[in-house]
Write a protein that binds this ligand. Structure first.
Ligand code: ZN
Length: 296
């Protein structure tokens, strides 16, 4: 009898311990990583798998060009082992945020090793729009996670390898889709200049009334120039973006007779129930929208 009570107490004690300690202990073993924006959050989640807990600062449909960090963001950064950012001037608000968080987090720049596309006034941060560049992001994330958590190095390597194979297939998909569009039709208007790396990698010309950042509005002269370009080059379609005000493009479409080719996802994923909840979904959505609008 005594034995039984003891055993039962022991069992309860175990359940109790599991309840009290099990979850927090398990959670504590995860590597806390902050990703600066939703596309980066997707990469880190895939490579990190079960070993990491990812917090994304600029969430779905958010615009990282004009983001205003909150005090909670500083707390997230001070709690994190790694902060993974795009760099190339994309997150202009980040240095001050890191400073206000105590400045101890390890900052990892995922574009390390990519040649930045230089423009007249600005350098272009949107390197992820080329799938070949996305593979560099993934390799950098893999190496940074392995350096921060060496016990997980093999896991990160395996997760990255299987995702890199998917990105290779995605890159081939993009090339096939573009090859199906007649060369003379490979011209698009997008709201802001977010597709320069895509254009360079895959041979589609993008013209954008807004520059590489959404911060500045196009001038009347810029608009007139673009409307002239659309008419002269007979550009068949203009595209909206999930992070930009659609009114500008609707006006350009009305003035030029170009059709609205749908929405392109440039700087941000959508929520789970949207058209582009992951990077691969985003690229697939964009190439389908381009092929549908540009193929006569
Ligand atoms: Zn952008």
């Amino acid at each position: 009898m005594r034995m039984r009570v003891l055993r039962r107490n022991c069992a309860w004690a175990l359940v109790f311990c599991a309840l009290i300690w099990g979850k927090p202990l398990h959670a504590q073993t995860k590597v806390d990583v902050v990703a600066s924006f939703s596309i980066m959050g997707d990469f880190v989640t895939i490579v990190g798998g079960d070993r990491v807990r990812v917090t994304t600062l600029v969430g779905p449909n958010g615009d990282a060009h004009v983001y205003t960090p909150t005090p909670q963001d500083a707390k997230k950064i001070s709690d994190a082992r790694l902060v993974i950012v795009n760099g190339f001037g994309f997150e202009g608000w980040l240095p001050r945020l890191v400073k206000s968080s105590g400045g101890k987090a390890v900052i990892v720049t995922a574009t390390n090793g990519i040649a930045q596309r230089a423009l007249e006034n600005h350098a272009d941060p949107h390197a992820w729009q080329s799938v070949v560049n996305a593979k560099v992001y993934v390799a950098n994330i893999r190496d940074a996670l392995a350096a921060a958590d060496s016990a997980g190095a093999e896991t990160y390597k395996a997760n990255a390898a299987s995702y890199l194979a998917k990105l290779d297939a995605l890159d081939a998909e993009v090339r096939t889709a573009i090859a199906g569009i007649p060369a003379a039709h490979r011209k698009v208007i997008s709201t802001h200049d977010a597709f320069g790396y895509f254009a360079a990698a895959y041979g589609i010309e993008f013209i954008a009334p807004q520059g590489v950042s959404t911060e500045s509005e196009p001038s009347a002269r810029d608009l007139a120039r673009i409307i002239g370009q659309i008419k002269a080059a007979k550009i068949p379609a203009v595209f909206l973006e999930n992070i930009s005000d659609p009114r500008l493009m609707r006006r350009i479409a009305a003035e030029t007779g170009a059709k609205i080719g749908g929405t392109l996802y440039s700087d941000s994923l959508t929520p789970e129930n949207g058209a582009a909840p992951t990077y691969i979904d985003m690229v697939r959505h964009n190439i389908k929208a381009l092929a549908d609008a540009l193929t006569p």
